[in-house]
Write a protein that binds this ligand. Structure first.
Ligand SMILES: Cc1cc2nc3c(=O)[nH]c(=O)nc-3n(C[C@H](O)[C@H](O)[C@H](O)COP(=O)(O)OP(=O)(O)OC[C@H]3O[C@@H](n4cnc5c(N)ncnc54)[C@H](O)[C@@H]3O)c2cc1C
Length: 384
């Protein structure tokens, strides 16, 4: 195998799963991201790993966007725990009713974010909510392969690079539905661990369940991170918890491959794409709301069939949108790398997470005041 280019490797780990000799293990690099590492003593140079490698594959840039929809789930409970309008729950319910499997991202009790497969509703519910950290896919391709060897359908949901990897690995498979999302990029698991440690030091409390996208202040584009500290029944919103999202939106903390992403395009590798319907008030003013709506891009007939089945079940309200009106929501270029990127990673390695925040995401007084004011007037007291 050719050496792995760390600027391009998306960390899907399809290579490790396909290797017949278990010659590839996953190691954490200095920047905190995990990469495949080949054991030359075990490698037989069969190059299977290269055939499933999405960064070595050139995907078509031509648009396959067929239609666009807005969606809002009818259950207030689903909306409360979903990042936008509950599209994921609506489509995964269809697959569960057909006796199928759902593959999505969960956060474990020890705050590890990873993909898992389930046919149980309660486990699917744990997949709700966007986690702004790279979800570990190690081992998931083998589990999907086992699931696909039966008769039941499988729905995979992940970032565009993960969705592309799944499509490349399994090809056009009738039983496999793939959904991706409009994606801003992912920070590393290590950075999230460091963030939790920083939060515990600042508050002198132990972090329990963590929420990247609480709707306690309503459904708003500025993300709102909340945590249930151990021993507390309520969710807290300490200002220190917002540091990770300040770094995230500065664009500095993303995986290097996010800055070279070939999937921020009108040609999606998925059957359908989920997104936050920011700007809904301009496109469909009568549907504007403060609890959340999803924007959906339909990229294949299979995607259309799945979404139609979700709407026909009566679980969600679906409304079609003129495609030309939502094009402004689809990013067509990778996230720009900040010019201080080298300094960012050097500082992280040499001085740690807190030094990064002081240098790259210092809390502005105006932000602190706005946040304090929001907390004062929040309506859904204590809800995620
Ligand atoms: C890292 C990331 C970046 C995103 N960036 C944007 C953006 O820039 N613009 C935009 O419009 N939307 C973005 N989204 C999508 C958006 O936040 C919602 O996930 C989407 O609107 C679906 O919401 P929902 O209410 O239907 O689903 P929810 O019920 O909230 O379900 C979320 C789904 O996302 C999956 N998921 C959660 N975290 C991860 C993860 N770390 N990696 C892979 N899959 C995950 C879960 O398995 C679940 O299927 C992003 C999501 C993620 C995870």
């Amino acid at each position: 195998m050719e050496p792995i280019d760390r600027n391009l490797c998306t960390g899907c780990f399809a290579c490790a799963d396909v290797c017949p000799k278990q010659a590839i293990r996953i190691v954490e690099a200095e920047n905190g991201f995990r990469y495949p590492q080949i054991d030359p003593a075990k490698c037989v140079d069969c190059r299977l790993c290269e055939t499933v490698c999405s960064y070595r594959t050139r995907f078509s840039p031509d648009s396959n966007l067929l239609r666009a929809y807005g969606l809002q789930h009818k259950s207030p409970e689903v909306l409360r725990y979903s990042s936008s309008g509950g599209a994921f729950t609506a489509i995964s319910d269809v697959i569960l009713r057909r006796g199928g499997w759902i593959v999505g991202s969960v956060m474990d009790g020890d705050h590890r974010v990873r993909h898992q497969i389930t046919d149980r509703e309660s486990e699917r519910d744990r997949m709700r909510g966007s986690k702004y950290v790279q979800s570990d896919m190690e081992g998931i391709f083998r589990q999907i392969r086992t699931a696909l060897s039966g008769d039941r359908p499988v729905l995979f949901v992940g970032t565009p690079c993960q969705a592309a990897a799944v499509k490349l690995y399994f090809g056009d498979c009738e039983k496999l539905y793939v959904a991706d999302m409009l994606c801003h990029g992912v920070p590393s698991e290590r950075m999230f661990r460091d963030h939790l440690q920083y939060l515990e030091q600042k508050t002198n409390k132990k972090c329990g369940q963590y929420y990247f996208r609480s709707k306690a202040f309503g459904w708003v584009p500025s993300s709102c991170e909340g945590v249930r500290f151990e021993g507390d029944s309520r969710i807290s919103f300490p200002y220190a918890a917002q540091a990770l999202s300040r770094l995230y939106y500065s664009g500095a903390s993303l995986r290097p491959s996010c800055h070279r992403c070939q999937f921020r395009s009108l040609h999606r590798q998925s059957d359908l794409t989920l997104a936050d319907f920011w700007g809904i008030e301009k496109v469909a003013p009568d549907k504007a709301n403060t609890v959340g709506s999803s924007l959906l891009l339909i990229n294949s007939q299979k995607g259309e069939e799945l979404l139609r089945a979700a709407a026909d079940s009566g679980a969600a309200e679906l409304f079609e949108l003129p495609v030309e009106k939502i094009l402004f929501r689809i990013p067509l270029k990778p996230q720009r790398e900040i010019k201080e990127s080298a300094e960012f990673w050097r500082l992280y390695q040499e001085a740690g997470y807190e030094a990064l925040i002081r240098r790259f995401a210092p809390p502005a007084l105006s932000q602190k005041l706005r946040f304090a004011l929001k907390k004062l007037v929040r309506r859904n007291h204590g809800l995620p």
